[in-house]
Design a binder for this molecule. Sequence first.
Ligand SMILES: [Zn+2]
Length: 216
Amino acid sequence: MNLILLGPPGSGKGTQAKFIEESYNLKQLSTGELFRNAVKEKTALGHHIQQYMNNGHLVPDEITLDVVLDTIKRLKESAGFIFDGFPRTIVQAQSLYERGIEIQLVINFIIDLSRIEDRLARRRICFSCKREYNIKYQPPKELNICDRCKGELIVRKDDAPNIIKKRIADYQGLTHKLIAYYREKQILKDIDADLPIEEVRLEIKNILDPLVREKK
Ligand SMILES: [Zn+2]
């Protein structure tokens, strides 16, 4: 089963993706993470990606698709994928389909946009293992120290306030068409992402459990 999580930056979909990954044995493909890995590995592709990210621009379709398909090829043993941050456009959605990757479910995270900036400003990420925290809603046990690996927690470069504003505007500009596209295909489910993490998790479970049962 392949599913897509749609939601603006700061909607909590990264956290929920981890839950889905662990509970349903699917592999999360977060383009943000794939991009950061490519940058870290200093590949030619990574160099291009870094330039876009540093300026708060979206990475172009072709580069994104290359990175995603390359990862899927390497992980072909997996039972299915959770796409997080991709596709963002109808063109990307069609490219996925043309390359034989079928989507069974799209979960659309609905959130009050005025709250997102606030949420993102409080986001911290572990420098070593990349686990995410929120200093208000999901704080580490020790200040600025990762619970899992004791690494240092930092603010991601693209969570700087001016870049956040641009990311949200980009997201909205692009995804309203994609939402309509998947809604028409009748595979899109809306969830209320303003609810506490545990309640959002339950909403997702209620959507996924019947689909998983159907598969068996
Ligand atoms: Zn860590």
